[in-house]
Ligand binder design. Structure first.
Ligand SMILES: [Zn+2]
Length: 186
């Protein structure tokens, strides 16, 4: 069993630390529901740095692109964002499914730039959890026992190889494919 190898609390703590180090701010200021951009003053380059720290810590690959960029590429230009930079109704419907409560105030006519303020400490931590949940049942050596090695990286108890998680972008693509298969939006 690998499900609880790394708990959500650990991931949340590490996410807060990564943000504190990147933005050079006090850990106490970083609450689970803080918006990185609106509350903590993060800029787009900071996200690269925060992601990099989390990747090193957990041995994972975070998504490089936002879900709506993937929609545009997979389903067609203009599906998620119109030529004026406003979200389409389909994009809003998708974010409401994906983000739940947090997206309830999204209104038609919102600009893509405003959506990035929905990225919170919690949502980043959840992104890490989604990737950690993709740990394979077995290592290529056949063993099904993982343990936490150096840092917070899962390694095979038997041969010591690091676990190969799915990367964040692939997981988003799979998520969109699932929504497509269910014909809920697209
Ligand atoms: Zn192994």
């Amino acid at each position: 069993m690998t499900g609880n190898l790394i708990t959500y609390d650990t991931v949340l703590e590490e996410t807060r630390k990564a943000i504190a180090e990147t933005l050079n701010i006090d850990l106490d200021r970083i609450k689970p529901d803080s918006s990185l951009i609106k509350d903590l003053g993060a800029e787009s380059l900071d996200f690269l740095d925060i992601n990099y720290r989390l990747e090193q810590r957990f041995g994972i690959k975070m998504a490089r692109r936002f879900i709506l960029e993937h929609v545009e590429e997979m389903i067609g230009e203009g599906t998620a964002v119109d030529d004026t930079g406003k979200l389409t109704d389909k994009a809003i419907a998708l974010l409401k499914i994906r983000l739940g409560e947090k997206a309830r105030d999204l209104k038609p006519g919102i600009y893509i730039d405003e959506v990035t303020s929905l990225i919170t400490v919690e949502s980043l931590a959840q992104g890490v959890m989604d990737i950690l949940a993709s740990i394979p049942e077995r290592c290529s050596c056949g063993s099904s026992e993982w343990k936490i090695g150096e840092e917070l990286q899962a390694v095979c108890s038997s041969c010591g190889e690091p676990a190969e998680y799915a990367n964040g972008d692939d997981l988003i693509v799979q998520y969109i494919e699932k929504i497509q298969a269910e014909k809920r939006i697209f």
